[in-house]
Design a protein around this ligand. Structure first.
Ligand code: AMP
Ligand code: MG
Length: 407
């Protein structure tokens, strides 16, 4: 039996082959979820001018010192400042300006008294509480200084970032290009969506649809190639199109079966195979190779769960790395096992499907009963992989385990 490649070594081979993609300029809304390829700088100080944090009265601190319900300060109201106002009234001793949230603090004033602590009496206002000097005033530049980096390169752009980018008057931003990822199922037994079943031995394909969604979810631009038969000529023709894409993913036909041609054909179409079998469970037969300029070829197993696991462990970080993301791996959590887990063969690292949930301050983990690689139910009912390391054959109830949430 050929050597099984340890996961770390496989990941190193994949990530070493990745070149970050070029930058492209996109409109603000299209930047959502993309990785920023430039620092976004503040165009001005934020706030740009001292302004009110409350609706109330702009006053001089000296005039309201010691004010209380029993002995309120009485001030003459000179006028009002609304948000966006152009006019400016000067506050002098014994006066106040009615002010609204976001309006510029009038010259001479340094403090805002919220309307709740005031009472109007004709042209005058009674201030019924003392406030600290500067209370309820937002100072120029207290959030951001002109030229500050407000969103850094490498950040995955969130809706909050979109808000920030808009606030510094940017409508176009540079992001890293998304990799094109072709997905292909292989197998004579496979049926496409809607295709009529004529024999019991036929199987409705799930994998190329799942891979399309996985690639999309990882931030790539998937391209659907459908199903290819286990027929060398036809298969070679499809595989030869790998040169059109940044990443080419096949599923099935990469194991020890008589009709598992992918491993031979890839070499004929110019793929330099780097490893072919992994020391993990499920997803032992995983082929990885490189082609032409920075192309990555992944031959994933046909069993749906193995296909998903191989994508999550290897293809996902490759896509993330191409996208320029700082975090390329799925996050890991520590969880407490609620039921013991046993296995006979402890040679490979296992990614058991599990349910993980948060309860009373800790994550709890329950491995699912159905753990076979053809049972896609475990990917639907579960929400995380539980990692069982090489050499570990049993995990006890209450023990801390490492889990990797699917999403
Ligand atoms: P293979 O790796 O081609 O030997 O396939 C392993 C198992 O996965 C077989 O039971 C196949 O029928 C099944 N399989 C292969 N490709 C797919 C697919 N696209 N969707 C669902 N099952 C598949
Ligand atoms: Mg097959």
């Amino acid at each position: 039996m050929s050597e099984l490649t340890p996961l770390e070594e496989a990941l190193r081979a994949v990530l070493e082959s990745v070149r970050p993609l070029e930058k492209e300029r996109v409109f603000l809304y299209d930047a959502l979820g993309r990785v920023l390829a430039q620092d976004i700088l503040a165009d001005t100080d934020k706030p740009l001018f001292d302004n009110s944090a409350m609706d109330g009265y702009a006053v001089r601190f000296e005039d309201i010192r010691g004010a209380s319900e029993e002995s309120p300060a009485e001030l003459k109201v000179l006028g009002k400042h609304s948000a966006g106002t152009g006019e400016s009234v000067r506050v002098v001793e014994g006066t106040a300006v009615k002010i609204f949230t976001g309006a510029p603090i009038p010259e001479g004033a340094d403090t805002v008294v919220p309307v709740e602590y005031t009472q109007t009496e004709g042209e005058r206002v009674l201030i019924k509480r003392e406030f600290k000097r500067g209370a309820n005033v937002r100072l120029r530049g207290e959030d951001v200084r002109e030229g500050d980096v407000v969103v850094p390169e490498g950040k995955e752009i969130s809706p909050y970032d979109i808000g920030m980018i808009a606030s510094v008057n940017r409508s176009l931003v540079e992001v890293y290009r998304r990799p094109t990822v072709a997905v292909l199922s292989t197998g004579d037994e496979l049926l496409e969506l809607g295709q009529e079943q004529t024999r019991n031995s036929q199987i409705r394909s799930s994998n190329h649809h799942m891979l399309y969604s996985l690639a999309l979810g990882a931030g790539a631009l998937p391209v659907q190639l459908g199903i290819a038969p286990d027929e060398p000529e036809a298969l070679r023709r499809v595989l030869a199109t790998c040169h059109n894409y940044d990443i080419f993913i096949t599923t099935g036909g990469v194991s020890m079966g008589e009709k598992d041609y992918v491993q031979y054909l890839v070499k004929e179409v110019g793929v330099d195979v780097r490893f072919h079998k992994l020391r993990i469970k499920p997803a032992k037969p995983v082929l990885f190779g490189t082609y032409k300029e920075n192309g990555l070829f992944f031959g994933l197993p046909g069993n749906p769960v193995s296909c998903a696991v191989a994508f999550d462990l290897l293809v996902y970080p490759a896509i993330r790395s191409m996208l320029g993301a700082k975090e390329v791996f799925k996050r890991k959590l520590k969880a407490k096992l609620v039921r013991a887990f046993r296995r006979r063969d402890a040679k490979r690292r296992e990614f058991a499907r599990a349910k993980v949930w948060f309860e009373e301050g800790v994550y709890l983990c329950e491995p699912l009963q159905k753990q076979q690689s053809h049972m896609l139910t475990s990917m639907v009912e579960g929400n995380a992989y539980m990692v069982v390391y090489e050499g570990v054959s049993s995990l006890e109830e209450g023990q801390e385990v490492e889990v990797i949430p699917f999403l």
